[in-house]
Write a protein that binds this ligand. Structure first.
Ligand SMILES: [Fe+2]
Ligand SMILES: [Fe+2]
Length: 198
């Protein structure tokens, strides 16, 4: 007897359904941040956005992309997606550090545009190929694992994972490995005080 049965609703979404739903949630949060009238409201929404983005990044980097690479090899689309994750992480880091600054809105806007570009490529170019290569059953299995990992990652402070990934990306890694960050203070250099030419 299934106590939790909800009609014909599936137990968990497939990997692609899950990622698309999360993309919509992130897009909605960006809109809410843009419309929020006070700094406190913007910051509160940003906390939610950052936790969602970091957990989404974790399930793609740790589970989804490796499964795609196993089935399809390191394709151009996958390689570009991995590089873009580094760019999203860097942009998220910049916005996170600018919470109390005047340029917080600019940094949120750039983060939003980078995420939008990445999501568009994933959904229109990459996911259809993944759907064919992995098939329904594999995507269903991945979806369940990714959903569980998402909730776990979201419940933790994202700064440790973000800093660890960024350090590896800045050192040239395409695929940062999951490892315990040495310190919360081990922030990468470029987002600090150095100015870069436009
Ligand atoms: Fe992605
Ligand atoms: Fe994604």
């Amino acid at each position: 007897m299934k106590l939790m049965s909800l009609g014909n609703q599936p137990q968990s979404p497939s990997a692609i359904e899950l990622l698309k739903t999360q993309h919509e949630e992130v897009k909605a949060l960006f809109k809410r941040i843009e419309k929020a009238s006070t700094r406190a409201a913007k910051t509160k929404l940003f906390d939610e956005l950052a936790a969602n983005l970091a957990a989404h990044d974790a399930i793609e980097r740790e589970i989804f992309y490796p499964a795609c690479e196993k089935a399809m090899g390191m394709t151009d689309l996958l390689g570009e997606a991995l590089v873009e994750h580094g760019v999203v992480e860097f942009s998220l880091y910049q916005a996170d550090r600018a919470r109390k600054d005047k340029d917080f809105s600019f940094k949120c806007q750039v983060l939003s545009e980078i995420v939008e570009h990445h999501v568009k490529e994933e959904e229109s170019d990459f996911f259809p190929k993944v759907q064919k290569a992995l098939g329904k059953d594999k995507l269903q299995e991945l979806g369940a694992r990714m959903k569980a990992r998402f909730e776990q990652a979201k419940s933790k402070d994202y700064h440790g994972a973000l800093n660890s990934n960024l350090k590896q990306v800045l050192a040239g890694a395409l695929k940062p490995s999951k490892r315990a960050p040495s310190s919360r203070k081990s922030t990468p250099a470029p987002a600090g005080k150095r100015r870069t030419a436009a």
